[in-house]
Design a protein around this ligand. Structure first.
Ligand SMILES: *Cc1c(COP(=O)(O)O)cnc(C)c1O
Length: 388
C-alpha cells in the first residue's frame, strides 16, 4: 500500500512512542488507584501528580489550579457551566463568539435553556473578535466571557490578552478554549490574564479521552457531578492515571520542541499555501493571513465541491478535512466560515489542511502536484452539467 499523507493534525495527532510506552507501563505495572493508601496507590498518585506539575508549569499555573477531565469537550463544558452557575447570583448574561468549537457552543446552548442569556459576538471577515465589540456587549448583569485562543477551522489567533483585560476590568470571569493554540504557541495564564483555560491531550500527541482545565485559585465553581473527592471534588471519579501520565509526557516533549516545530511547520505550510494559490484560480484563503496558527491553511476553491475534493484526496492517500472534524459528518456549511461572510457555496468548497510533526516537504510537493488538475477537472464537469 502507498504511504498515506496525513494533513489533519488539528483533528487529532498520533500518540508519541515515548507517551505510549509510559502509558503501557502505568496501565500494566503501576495500576493502583491513586486514592488508595498503599504502595500501589501511592505510585499511581505520584504519576498523576507529576503530570499535573508538568502541565501547570507549561502554562504558568500552580499544580492545584489544574483539574483533569475526559478531554477538551468536557473541559469546555465543565468550565463554562461550573463558572456560570457559581456566578449566577450576580447575573445571568454570558458572552462568547460566533466561531467557537461545538463543545463551547453546546455548553452555552444548554445554559440558555436554563435561563441564561448569551451574546454571540460577530467576527471580522478574517475571523477576529474585535475588542470594541466585546466592550460594547458587556452589561451590568454580565458574569462570564469565553473566547477561544485559536480557531480549529481557520487557525485565527484572537487578541486574548486584550479581550481578557476588558473583561477583567469589568470584574468578569474570562475562560478561553486554548486547545488548538497549545500545540503551537507558548501560553502563560498570568500574561494572558485568563481565569480558566481548556486543554486536550490528543491535540498534542497525547492520548484521546484526556483533558485538563485550569481554574484560577479561589475562583467560585459549581461542579457538574457529585461523588468522590477526586480532583478536589471539581471532577469526581477514579482518574485515568495512564492517560493523565501520557498527557504529562506529551507536554514535557511539547514544551521542548514547540518553538522549533512551529518554525518548521510554518515554512511547509507557506509552501503548501503558495503552491495551491499559484496553481489554482478562484481561491479564497479563509482566516487571517498573519495572525494564524503556523500549521493551518484553509482554502475555499470556488465552484468546486469540498466533499468531492476530500473524497478524491482520500483516494489519493491524502487525509485532510472540510472545516472541523466534528462538523464534517454533517452536510451543513461550517458556522465559522458563514460567520466570516462566506456564502454557503463558498463555505462548502473549503478544505482545511493542518500540518504536524511528521509532515515532510515531499508530502507537501505531492499535494501541490495532484490537487490543481483535480480542481480544474471538477470545475469543468460541474460547469458541463450546468450547461446540460
Ligand atoms: C479538539 C477540540 C476540542 C475538543 O477536544 P476533545 O478532546 O476532542 O473533546 C475543543 N475545542 C477545540 C478548539 C478543539 O480543537
Amino acid at each position: 500500500m502507498k504511504k498515506r499523507i496525513y494533513l489533519d493534525y488539528s483533528a487529532t495527532t498520533p500518540v508519541l512512542p515515548e507517551v505510549a510506552s509510559l502509558m503501557e507501563k502505568i496501565a500494566v505495572d503501576h495500576f493502583g488507584n491513586p486514592s488508595s493508601h498503599h504502595q500501589e496507590g501511592r505510585e499511581a498518585k505520584a504519576h498523576r501528580e507529576k503530570a499535573r506539575e508538568i502541565i501547570a508549569a507549561s502554562i504558568g499555573a500552580l499544580p492545584e489550579e489544574i483539574f483533569f477531565t475526559s478531554g477538551g469537550t468536557e473541559s469546555n463544558f465543565l468550565g463554562i457551566t461550573g463558572l456560570s452557575k457559581a456566578l449566577a447570583s450576580k447575573g445571568r448574561h454570558l458572552i462568547t463568539s460566533s466561531i467557537e468549537h461545538s463543545s463551547v457552543l453546546g455548553a452555552f446552548k444548554a445554559l440558555e435553556d436554563q435561563g441564561f442569556l448569551v451574546t454571540y459576538l460577530p467576527v471580522t471577515s478574517l475571523g477576529m473578535v474585535e475588542p470594541e465589540s466585546l466592550a460594547q456587549a458587556i452589561r451590568d448583569d454580565t458574569i462570564l466571557v469565553s473566547i477561544m485562543l485559536a480557531n480549529n477551522e481557520i487557525g485565527t489567533i484572537q487578541p486574548i490578552q486584550e479581550l481578557a483585560r476588558i473583561a477583567t476590568e469589568r470584574h468578569l470571569v474570562f475562560h478561553t478554549d486554548a486547545i488548538q493554540a497549545y500545540p503551537h504557541l507558548p501560553l502563560d495564564v498570568n500574561v494572558l490574564q485568563v481565569d480558566a483555560l481548556s486543554l486536550s491531550a490528543h491535540k498534542v500527541y497525547g492520548p484521546k479521552g484526556v483533558g485538563a482545565i485550569y481554574l484560577r485559585r479561589g475562583i467560585p465553581f459549581s461542579p457538574m457531578s457529585k461523588g468522590g473527592e477526586q480532583e478536589r471534588k471539581i471532577r469526581p471519579g477514579t482518574e485515568n492515571v495512564a492517560g493523565i501520565a501520557g498527557f504529562g509526557k506529551a507536554v514535557e516533549i511539547l514544551v521542548k520542541e514547540r518553538e522549533r516545530e512551529a518554525t518548521r511547520t510554518r515554512v511547509l505550510r507557506d509552501q503548501l499555501k503558495n503552491g495551491l494559490f499559484e496553481n489554482i484560480t478562484q481561491t479564497i484563503l479563509n482566516g487571517d493571513p498573519d495572525k494564524r496558527l503556523p500549521n493551518n491553511v484553509n482554502i475555499s476553491f470556488r465552484e468546486a465541491d469540498g466533499e468531492s475534493i476530500l473524497i478524491h484526496l482520500d483516494l489519493e492517500g491524502i487525509a485532510c478535512s472540510m472545516g472541523s472534524a466534528c462538523s464534517a459528518g454533517a452536510l451543513e456549511p461550517s458556522h465559522v466560515l458563514l460567520a466570516l461572510g462566506r456564502t454557503p457555496r463558498e463555505a462548502k468548497s473549503a478544505i482545511r489542511f493542518t500540518l504536524g510533526k511528521y509532515t515532510k516537504e515531499e508530502e507537501i510537493n505531492h499535494v501541490v502536484k495532484v490537487l490543481p488538475p483535480f480542481i480544474r477537472q471538477l470545475r469543468s464537469t460541474s460547469s458541463m452539467s450546468r450547461i446540460a
